[in-house]
Design a protein around this ligand. Structure first.
Ligand code: SF4
Length: 157
């Protein structure tokens, strides 16, 4: 298992989330619309298998129809006229929710937005789920971070 992202966070003393974070998805669909550098939905082989299965097609059919490999990593294709996720329905609903990829399951606990600065700028101001619902424990958040560090190594495969 890879450690780098979690270790860097510990060494930086930025584990503010250890005390727990209140978050519950409000179904706004905002994280599924294109927003700057977080606009792409990246795919591991497992993500592609899960999404294909939930759509009732083969993984190779899914990959050919919905994915592209850019700069060595797989991601969902985008429409030329609309950069929002191609599976977003009616502006706020995922059309493949049961099979949605890791990136979507773990929002907003992404390593790249868990620094205090990025959390305030890119999550609190953006996501209506922050401060709502249940408290996610530090252990739960660390587990999600570890899963993403592993996931990150698979998106080129
Ligand atoms: S796959 Fe579903 S949850 Fe993920 S960005 Fe697209 S619409 Fe949103």
């Amino acid at each position: 298992m890879s450690e780098p992202k979690t270790l860097v966070m510990k060494l930086d003393g930025k584990e503010w989330w250890r005390e727990g974070v209140q978050f519950q998805c409000q179904g706004s669909g905002k994280c599924c619309t294109s927003h700057g550098e977080y606009g792409f939905v990246y795919m591991t082989p497992k993500d592609r298998q899960n999404m294909a299965k939930s759509l009732g097609i083969t993984t190779s059919e899914f990959t050919k129809k919905y994915c592209e490999k850019v700069d060595g990593v797989w991601r969902l294709k985008e429409r030329a006229d609309n950069p929002d996720c191609i599976f977003l329905k009616n502006g706020n609903r995922c059309g493949v929710y049961e099979g949605r990829p890791m990136q979507c399951r773990t929002w907003p606990f992404w390593p790249e937005v868990l620094s205090p600065k990025a959390w305030a700028k890119d999550v609190v101001k953006f996501c209506p789920g922050v401060g709502k619902g249940r408290i996610w424990s530090g252990d739960e958040i660390e587990k999600l971070i570890r899963e993403q560090v592993e996931w990150d190594q698979e998106i080129g495969k």
